[in-house]
Design a binder for this molecule. Structure first.
Ligand SMILES: [Fe+2]
Length: 205
């Protein structure tokens, strides 16, 4: 992999929050790319297995747009098997949405907490701009007053509106999608319960 290529990817991640590569990566090339972006902290095979659907990535049901757990700074997916007519991965950069909120609303959003899958608590929005949006993990007891409730409702309505026109990519074999997990939310619609879809996923710190 040329260093120009990795610089292009970093550039896209910084400017847009995501990178899509169609240039047919091998598993080894994907792994090498991940290592150039940071420390790989998890490697996961993403395939449907309803018997293990306690893990959300294993269920065929729809996945509302969300972020994965910190400390994953980037999430990278490599297409292994992509059936035709599959529902695409959806994703959306939240930075322009947060820019639509007032300073007062942003202060309110910073006071809201979100739990991760390990039970750790994070601010929904940190002072350094790191956003952690997992709608079903919002700790509603931290929404303590009406102004905070209204700020959250405004944010969620902006996200819902933007979701109608979010990016959609059906990651084909050898293609990669990388998102900045501190600003881009991702998900997909329901897919067939017997789908043979298979992606490799890296969490990169
Ligand atoms: Fe996810």
């Amino acid at each position: 992999m040329s260093s120009d290529h990795i610089e292009d990817i970093k550039h896209d991640l910084k400017d847009n929050g995501w990178f899509f590569g169609k240039s047919l990566y091998t598993l080894e090339g994907f792994e090498a790319l991940g290592q150039r972006l940071g420390e790989i902290i998890a490697r996961t095979d993403i395939s449907i297995d309803e018997t293990r659907s306690v893990y959300q990535v294993r269920t065929a049901g729809g996945l509302t747009l969300h972020m994965d757990d910190p400390p994953a700074r980037y999430i990278a997916w490599l297409g292994m098997v992509t059936p035709e007519q599959e529902e695409p991965t959806k994703f959306l950069d939240t930075r322009p949405i947060l820019e639509m909120l007032s300073p007062e609303e942003l202060t309110r959003i910073k006071s809201i907490q979100v739990k991760d899958d390990n039970g750790l608590i994070h601010p929904m929005l940190a002072d350094d701009g790191v956003f952690h949006y997992v709608p079903w993990m919002i700790q509603m007891q931290t929404v303590t007053d009406n102004d905070t409730f209204e700020a959250l409702a405004h944010l969620q309505s902006l996200i819902r509106k933007a979701t109608r026109t979010c990016h959609t990519i059906n990651i084909q074999k050898g293609e990669i999608l990388i998102v900045d997990n501190t600003r881009v939310i991702h998900g997909r619609d329901r897919i067939a319960a017997d789908s043979q879809r298979h992606l490799k996923r890296l969490w990169i710190k």
